[in-house]
Write a protein that binds this ligand. Structure first.
Ligand code: CDP
Length: 228
């Protein structure tokens, strides 16, 4: 059967990863969470004090970026790929509010994006890939056969992220999450390099009132049409 690239972009915490992951699993495609890569770079900056007290040592980050090993390994327990940073599994460490609070600043550097985009494009060489992020349909794979742009109201997105984090035992407030979501939406849409925007040929999905099961069904229909 024809293999394609499926690019899923959209605002933060709107359920892109959930549906991308499930679709990839069902159709036997590789799933790549490009946001996890920017989160891993941000974690590295925190761990090495490149990012300290809200200041970023841009020179050190520029030197380090080419040496960073950010990759994915399949986790048999969860049935999904985990992100690894320099041979360490950092899947849980990258989802903290501390990383969320700084990731959009790190992801806005052109040299960070160039390094990550090159790796993402290499992952799509053989197609059969679902990738989600902010610039997948516009920059990483402008010729992707299926492009989806997902959105939902900020309040609904904050509630979903809150439920996800508290289910994992994290202590977070809904207000803090809503503020972070709005700040990242703004930063992602207004950065000069690869800003978040809907590609002209992307299909818009507002999933404010959809369950995860409903949005997966919708996505599967889009996939079936795309491979015909
Ligand atoms: O999980 P959530 O949707 O909140 O965010 P994410 O997909 O983990 O991405 C975290 C951040 O990385 C975003 O807010 C963007 O600033 C950045 N990002 C990006 O610039 N380009 C991408 N392709 C993916 C993420």
């Amino acid at each position: 059967m024809k293999k394609i690239i499926i690019a899923i972009d959209g605002f933060s915490s709107c359920g892109k990863s959930t549906m991308a992951k499930e679709l990839a699993h069902e159709i036997g495609y590789i799933y790549i969470d490009s946001g996890a890569m920017y989160r891993a770079v941000t974690l590295y900056c925190i761990q090495t004090d490149i990012l300290k007290e809200e200041t970023i040592d841009i020179q050190r980050l520029r030197e380090a970026i080419g040496t960073l090993k950010v990759c994915f390994h399949f986790n048999r327990e969860t049935d999904h790929p985990d992100v690894w940073l320099n041979d360490v599994n950092v899947e849980d460490k990258i989802r903290t509010m501390e990383v969320s609070a700084h990731v959009s600043k790190i992801a806005a550097f052109d040299f960070v994006r160039t390094a990550m985009v090159a790796q993402q494009q290499a992952m799509g060489r053989d197609k059969g890939l679902v990738m989600d992020g902010r610039d997948i349909g516009t920059v990483v794979f402008p010729h992707a056969e299926l492009k989806i742009f997902v959105t939902a109201s900020p309040e609904v997105r904050a509630r979903r992220r809150y439920d996800e984090l508290t289910a994992k035992g994290a202590t977070v407030s809904l207000e803090e999450i809503l503020t972070n979501i709005k700040e990242r939406d703004y930063a992602d849409q207004h950065r000069p390099v690869s800003p978040l925007r809907q590609a002209d040929d992307a299909i818009l999905l507002d999933n404010t009132h959809l369950t995860t099961a409903q949005q997966l069904e919708w996505l599967k229909e889009q996939y079936q049409q795309a491979i015909q």
